[in-house]
Design a protein around this ligand. Structure first.
Ligand SMILES: [Zn+2]
Ligand SMILES: [Zn+2]
Length: 129
């Protein structure tokens, strides 16, 4: 189950929705990421698709090392939304080069990228799936 939190700028009303479970994925041998949305549920099906056959226990262990979780993030410099690999260090925004790229789940109190003057509220839960 995932919860959605909406953070809203207390000055201009700009809002950002964040899901708390991120974007789990496995990386294929060719480096392509395959996202799956129900950890444990369709994990095996995704790997079967990558390998072209039903994975053995060994295959599963091998693929586990290539799994990760991308979090949704937003650039506080320009408002660009993106995803960040949780296994990697912080990387600057691909659009404006700002290093102020934050996980959308941790927006509370950060400055608003839209009006640049307000700050985000503590967030409120807006949906559950
Ligand atoms: Zn940016
Ligand atoms: Zn604002």
């Amino acid at each position: 189950m995932a919860a959605q939190t909406t953070f809203t700028c207390m000055r201009c009303g700009f809002s950002v929705e964040a899901w708390d479970d991120g974007n789990p994925f496995v990386e294929a041998p060719d480096g392509k990421k395959h996202y799956f949305y129900h950890p444990g549920g369709d994990y095996k099906a995704v790997i079967t698709g990558i390998l072209g056959h039903v994975p053995s226990a060994k295959d599963l262990r091998m693929m586990q090392k290539h799994s990760g979780n991308d979090s949704d993030c937003i650039c506080l410099g320009c408002g660009e939304r993106g995803r960040r690999d949780s296994r990697k260090d912080e990387s600057p925004c691909g659009r404006c080069g700002s290093v102020k790229v934050v996980d959308t789940n941790r927006l509370a109190g950060h400055p608003c990228p839209s009006c640049k003057e307000g700050r985000f509220d503590p967030g409120r839960m807006t949906a559950i799936s």
